[in-house]
Design a protein around this ligand. Structure first.
Ligand code: SAM
Length: 278
């Protein structure tokens, strides 16, 4: 399959799945490799022959949807964001929660892949922040559509390449080495991993912090993006924070969210009583 054939196919097929070709431009090599394997498994000689096949086998769209999931993630991805979370956002959210006599700080890692950002949050909180808020427990829900990735997330073991950006003290305190892998220590595994298709469901509860990075706003087509982000924002507690990918932007019209002062890719949900400033 040539790159050209793959691009033309994706430009035709992705919108049918509610997905957005420009988001796939840089990662199309991965999808192309998977498509090649799929065609071999189905004994279909090329993409031109796959088009009538998929049109006549409705369930094949689900198989294609799976091929289009991009599992890339790593610990402490975009370190500036985690520095800002550690020094400003989590302490501010914790202070608000403590002032309201709450015992939990609730976070949601949406489209969590193999759990890298969820575990990063646990490590930051437990090793660097919690001592200032001993009365608060961090509760983390992490969701993804992909059962295989969630299984890896629950197993909590990673190759060193996923951990390159993680500060040394978090790596040493957070992991034990098992042969070629690094495994999260048991005391940092308190995360609820749930299989959810974000296009259809979001968790029931409200969260102080939601991370929705490098998934919906990159790979979903604009109309779906808006719908999904409205639902996501409905799960951000008032005065809570939302983090998106550093190359992403929020769709227009989500006026509940204002940029976190001085921060890139972090937003705060207006408080009910606040007077809008624009
Ligand atoms: C590129 S990873 C992003 C991981 C992490 N948020 C980060 O920024 O490092 C995208 C993840 O979105 C998940 N995903 C794609 N479509 C989804 C959907 N409809 N519902 C839930 N998760 C989805 C994929 O399975 C994949 O794990």
């Amino acid at each position: 399959m040539t790159d050209d054939d793959c691009v033309k196919f994706l430009q035709m097929a992705l919108p049918r799945l509610g997905l957005h070709w420009p988001g796939y431009r840089r990662v199309r090599g991965l999808v192309r490799k998977r498509l090649g394997k799929r065609l071999r498994d189905l004994r279909i000689s090329n993409l031109r022959a796959y088009v009538p096949y998929i049109e006549n086998h409705y369930e094949e769209w689900d198989a294609l949807d799976q091929l289009c999931r991009i599992p890339i993630s790593r610990f402490y991805r975009d370190c500036g964001v985690f520095e800002r979370l550690e020094h400003e956002v989590l302490p501010a959210l914790a202070e608000t929660a403590a002032a309201r006599s709450r015992s939990n700080l609730a976070c949601w890692s949406a489209c969590c892949a193999s759990g890298e950002e969820a575990y990063t949050l646990v490590l930051l909180w437990r090793l660097r922040i919690k001592r200032r808020f001993p009365q608060l427990q961090l509760r983390i829900v992490a969701t993804d559509i992909d059962a295989h990735l969630l299984e890896r997330a629950r197993s909590g073991c990673y190759r060193s390449s996923s951990l390159k950006a993680l500060p040394e003290d978090l790596l040493t305190a957070g992991f034990t080495r098992r042969e070629t892998q690094f495994c999260v220590r048991n005391e940092f595994r308190s995360i609820d991993f749930l299989q959810q298709d974000m296009r259809k469901v979001v968790p029931d509860e409200e969260f102080d912090l939601v991370l929705c990075r490098n998934a919906a706003l990159t790979y979903f087509a604009p109309p779906l993006r808006c719908k999904v982000m409205q639902r996501v924002i409905s799960r951000v507690r008032r005065s809570g924070a939302l983090v998106i990918g550093i190359h992403e932007s929020l769709p227009q019209g989500l006026s509940e969210m204002v940029p976190w002062p001085g921060a890139r890719a972090i937003y705060r949900r207006r408080d009910a009583d606040a007077v809008p400033t624009d």
